[in-house]
Design a protein around this ligand. Sequence first.
Ligand code: SAH
Length: 249
Amino acid sequence: MSDLELMVDFYLHIPRQGPGSAKETIKALDYTGLGSLRNLKIADIGCGTGAQTLTLAQNLDGDITAVDLFPEFLNVLNENAQKAGFQNRITTDVQSMDNLPHENDSFDLIWSEGAVYIMGFEEGVKCWRPLIRKGGFLVVSEISWFTESRPAELERFWEGAYAEMDTIENKEKVLQKHGYESVSSFKLPEYCWTDNYYNSIRHYLPSYIGKYPHEKAAKDLVEELETEMAIYEQYKKYYGYAFYIARKS
Ligand code: SAH
């Protein structure tokens, strides 16, 4: 199996592929005020198996285009959408987020949880803006510093892992620089990582190790996750995910 297939086979078996919760998704959505409008066009970029896609479908009226690079994740989302009766409102689309084929002004709302970092926050918000109609919204969750200063070891870890790690204030400046008005932002509470993400990783790790005992890439992935979880446990007061709610100005 290729390294990518091994990665996909890990994340297919957990309910979310990043920190989050339905409650926080709804909280972010409420800031947009879109809940009262009808026939919305929504894109959910880097949707994974679609935990948040279903929450969006439950709380908005309109059609959702759910985009991910890996069809395996979208198959799970399609099954879950079918079970929930949303098959007519959720369309999955295998695309790369940095080269989306949709026409300009296609969407009232672009949503993306825990995925814009793949392109980089700045490139992502810049590149998706033309797809949003005037006055429409961009809502993304993104890893961010929660404090002005941090221990050197932690800074080194994140310098290696994600060059655009920055404070909430600076991320909002990036949004403004690229033609958005920052409506609001808030930190995701700790349970979004622990209960909703890392616990399911910890639960699945032993089966995964048992499934691929001789694959180096599987072993590397497990080690990487264990390091990431230990860093979070030790340093969670300094960083976490934040939601950014922005309006195309
Ligand atoms: N939004 C989901 C998944 C976040 S993980 C959640 O919060 O649970 C990031 C997702 O981005 C994964 O599903 C991954 O397959 C997807 N992804 C990775 N590279 C991508 C790319 N180039 N284009 C689109 N999606 C991509």
